[in-house]
Design a protein around this ligand. Structure first.
Ligand SMILES: Cc1cc2nc3c(=O)[nH]c(=O)nc-3n(C[C@H](O)[C@H](O)[C@H](O)COP(=O)(O)OP(=O)(O)OC[C@H]3O[C@@H](n4cnc5c(N)ncnc54)[C@H](O)[C@@H]3O)c2cc1C
Length: 436
């Protein structure tokens, strides 16, 4: 009997556990390890930050639902991965052995690289539920004392969607509270242009997002590097294409929310030969570590090079559906290794389907594959996206309760749109191996 341990029960880890268990069946053990007893649905954090969502609505107890599928759960904060002894070490010293490990630990938030940044400094964050709750308190203060706001993404950030989402949502929330006229908003971003998104854009993302910002009276600064943040004052340099400082700004603010650069969490980053210098796990095309063949990884914690060099550093986003394709591939590859006695041969498509809420409307982005050059890419706006994003939250939460990580209708509806989780060749091979 093989023992597969999934480290991290987030957007990637939960589907990874369900799919791996389904692939391996009763004869093998799947155990999830997470530092908290509850699953938290990260994409809804911006709504929490303006009071549109109660935290309870986007969390669920992990153990209760995993148990129904015969998947084990250990609540532990992991401080070390002993990749030579095949075991995890928890903060209380407990050791958790594995035969195969799936690392799905998401990001470490690297606020410390910028003086005064982050909830420990003077800016808010929506990256975790606790941060979003803290940001909501600051938002309430803003309603009491309206004044300038800065929203955006620091240098080195890779996750730009939530920055735009928060700017549009905040604008709507301030309009609803009838104080928007007292709140000048600046969007400050390391992207070389609006709508770049760490992806060299997609479809007409540039003009669409510029137009939306203009219509909402949100000014922007691109190629922005935040030099430091003081209490209520942000020091920003705008770089030119040669990477030289062209302009400097001192932006006062009553409320600021900027997405930080991401890195790998410490326990993962310090495993010798596992990661790149930022602590992201290096994987081959099958999501497997070249150095440790019994370790697989998917989600924000994997290493993906930037799509292109930008004057201010930016990274490539790892989005929800892309992450699910990685996890589906891992489940297939573990079955190949453990049951079929074959080498991994399945690759995720890494397609991106993103829904960005704008308060009363929204923007949808499909990129296949996510990294250019692409076969298909489009970016469209409409009220349907706002409704689809609400539906997506309910749908994903339900999926995490039922344990059916790719329900039949998702499989067939997306397939009808030409969106597959696995590369065609890999699907054929997997089916072939199923048939044998
Ligand atoms: C604010 C925000 C909004 C986003 N919105 C969207 C969106 O709308 N659409 C989209 O496609 N993508 C979105 N993304 C991008 C991406 O889908 C999410 O970041 C997603 O949650 C990443 O999944 P993950 O499994 O890699 O990491 P996470 O969901 O962060 O999960 C990591 C898990 O590992 C656990 N963990 C970490 N370290 C340890 C440790 N040492 N010991 C034990 N457990 C540990 C964490 O507690 C967590 O449960 C968003 C990202 C952010 C930050």
């Amino acid at each position: 009997m093989a023992r597969v341990v999934v480290l991290g029960a987030g957007t990637g880890g939960m589907p990874a556990a369900y799919e791996t268990k389904e692939m391996l069946g009763k004869a093998h053990e799947v155990i999830v390890v997470n530092e908290r007893p509850e699953f938290r649905f990260v994409p809804s954090n911006p709504w929490v930050a303006v009071g549109w969502r109660e935290p309870d609505a986007i969390t669920l107890p992990i153990e209760k639902y995993l148990k129904k599928k015969d998947i084990g759960f250990i609540c532990a904060h992991i401080v070390e991965i002993d990749a030579h002894q095949n075991c995890l070490v928890a903060s209380d010293g407990a050791r958790i052995d594995y035969d195969y490990l799936i690392i799905a630990t998401g990001p470490k938030l690297a606020f410390s690289s910028i003086e005064g940044a982050g909830p420990q400094g003077y800016t808010q964050s929506v990256c975790t539920l606790d941060h979003a709750k803290q940001s909501y308190e600051d938002f309430e203060k803003l309603l009491q004392q309206p004044g300038p706001v800065v929203v955006g993404a620091f240098q080195g950030a890779s996750c730009f969607g939530p920055a735009y989402e928060y700017a549009f949502i905040l604008d709507k929330a301030l309009r609803d509270a009838k104080v928007r006229h007292k709140v000048p908003i600046h969007f400050v971003t390391s992207e070389p242009y609006i709508g770049h998104l760490g992806l060299a854009g997609g479809g007409d993302s540039k003009s669409l997002l510029e137009s939306e910002l203009r219509q909402r009276d949100i000014k922007w600064i691109c190629n922005a590097q935040v030099d430091k943040v003081n209490d209520g004052l942000m020091h920003v340099s705008e770089l030119n294409r040669k990477g030289e400082t062209e302009f400097t700004y001192e932006l006062p603010f009553n409320h600021a929310m900027l997405i930080p650069p991401f890195a790998g969490i410490d326990a993962v980053a310090k495993v010798e030969g596992l990661c790149n210098p930022k602590g992201f796990v290096i994987t081959d095309a099958h999501q497997r570590s070249p150095r440790y063949p019994n370790i697989f990884s998917g989600g924000v914690c994997v290493a993906i090079p930037p799509v292109e060099v930008t004057p201010v550093p930016t990274g490539t986003p790892k989005t929800g559906y892309m992450i699910e394709t990685m996890m589906t591939a891992i489940a297939h590859n573990l079955k190949a290794l453990i049951i079929d006695g074959k080498e991994p041969n399945t690759k995720g498509t890494w397609h991106a389907i993103c829904l960005a809420d704008m308060g009363d409307t929204g923007a949808a982005f499909v990129a296949m594959p996510q990294i250019p050059p692409r076969n298909i890419t489009w970016f469209k706006k409409g009220k349907w996206v706002h409704l689809a994003k609400i539906a997506f939250e309910k749908y994903f939460m339900r999926k995490m309760k039922t344990g059916n990580s790719e329900p039949v209708y998702e499989k067939y509806v997306l397939k009808a749109l030409g969106i597959n989780r696995l590369e065609e060749e890999a699907i054929e091979k997997a089916l072939e191996s199923d048939r044998k």
